[in-house]
Design a protein around this ligand. Structure first.
Ligand code: P1T
Length: 379
């Protein structure tokens, strides 16, 4: 099956009891057993719930993976991957990441004896000097949040395969519509489902998608033992949102490209971060591993300090000033004070997360209204 057909049908058979075409919200915590252990495959909803099982199968199909696990947030999914590790293990990751990922690595897992190397991942071979016998996992985000760096998944995957390391890819910014890390050598694909997959800014959820049966078993153990699993209402909302993922992504990409080109010519804009530009440092890799360039665009304001940037951020009328991304509505975010506040100034400034940086999640509204809003706000 191709992408759109999977988005609409994968994991979703008519309900066996009633024939309901849409997967019902199985609002139950527990399930009847005829005699102890004799049940219909469901025992307790922390571990399995039919609405969530349908969603997990659909997300796995979209990522070309054998197994899916839904978590109560993207951070819950990341947390489960970290729990595969033991004190003394080492992780290699990028120097531009969602602030919450940086926070859980440095403030939670470093305390448990796990060492993280935050490095420039613009070339796969950059990881080589950091690999030693304690290295267990390479964690990459591509495109990165918020400076839209592109990491060569296939290149990193070759290195991790040869050395028997796990490769996890946070595919949130691209979505499965634009990029398939499993086909490029990833062992684990992670999503903040909250974003493009759910698509309507009304759910917080995460996911892990894997191929290897033992890895799935290990992650399922953590999922059930630690319990960061979402409820059936949220699973239903995501199943509903996912059916239009392909339609939404086409519109996000089209509007994102128009916005990026508009900003590039604007006299108040200094740097612009969008992988579709030929002069983006890893444009060739983006072209190779992505099917389009997405709806996320970041830029800096020329000669602007924090107060000037706040003023512009608060001047939008169609773009809403808010954290998050990937919903149908356009959002503007100030990373330094909002999503990336937990990254120390000297760390974030090395990769361009400066006081004058703004990040747009370009939605699917009429493009003329988005451009007019940018024009008036930048004045
Ligand atoms: O918010 P949550 O569903 O827990 O997902 C965390 C997360 C993980 N990975 C990436 C790349 C993300 O962007 C996020 C969440 N990001 C935002 C809320 C944001 O505005 O950037």
């Amino acid at each position: 099956m191709k992408f759109a057909t999977k988005a609409i049908h994968a994991g979703q058979e008519p309900d066996p009891t009633t024939g309901a075409v849409m997967t019902p919200i199985y609002q139950t915590s527990t399930y009847w057993q005829k005699s102890p252990g004799d049940h219909k495959g469901f025992e307790y909803s922390r571990g399995t719930n039919p609405t969530r099982v349908a969603l997990e199968a659909c997300m796995a199909a979209l990522e070309n993976a054998n197994h899916g696990l839904a978590f109560s947030s993207g951070m819950g999914a990341t947390d489960a991957v970290m729990k595969l590790l033991a004190p003394g293990d080492e992780v290699i990751t990028g120097n531009d990441l969602y602030g919450g990922s940086y926070r859980i690595f440095t403030k939670v897992y470093a305390k448990y004896g796990i060492k993280f190397h935050f490095i420039d991942l613009s070339k796969p071979e950059n990881i080589l000097p950091y690999i030693n016998d304690k290295t267990k996992l390479v964690w990459i985000e591509t495109p990165t949040n918020p400076t839209m760096q592109i990491v060569d998944i296939e290149g990193v995957g070759k290195i991790t395969k040869e050395r028997n390391l796990l490769l996890a890819v946070d595919n949130t910014f691209a979505s499965p519509y634009l990029q398939s890390p499993m086909d490029l050598g990833a062992d684990i694909v992670m999503h903040s489902v909250t974003k493009y997959i759910a698509g309507h800014s009304d759910v917080i959820m995460g996911a892990l998608l894997v191929n290897d049966a033992q890895l799935y078993k290990n992650l399922w153990f953590i999922y059930n033992a630690c319990g960061a699993t979402p409820g059936p209402q949220d699973a239903f909302l995501v199943l509903r949102g996912i059916k239009t993922l392909h339609l939404r992504m086409k519109a996000h990409c089209e509007n994102g490209a128009t916005v990026a080109h508009f900003l590039k010519k604007h006299p108040r804009v200094d740097k612009i971060y969008w992988p579709g530009f030929e002069d983006h440092p890893n444009h060739d890799i983006a072209k190779k591993q992505m099917r389009d360039f997405g709806g996320m665009v970041s830029f800096t304001l020329k000669d602007a300090d924090l107060q000037d940037t706040f003023k512009v951020a608060a001047s939008f009328k169609v773009f809403t000033l808010a954290e998050s991304l990937g919903g149908v509505e356009s959002l503007i975010n100030h990373p330094v004070s909002m999503t990336h506040g937990s990254i120390p100034k000297e760390e974030r400034e090395k990769v361009g997360v400066t006081d004058n940086l703004l990040r747009l999640s370009v939605g699917v509204e009429d493009i003329e209204d988005l451009i007019a809003d940018l024009e008036q706000a930048l004045k």
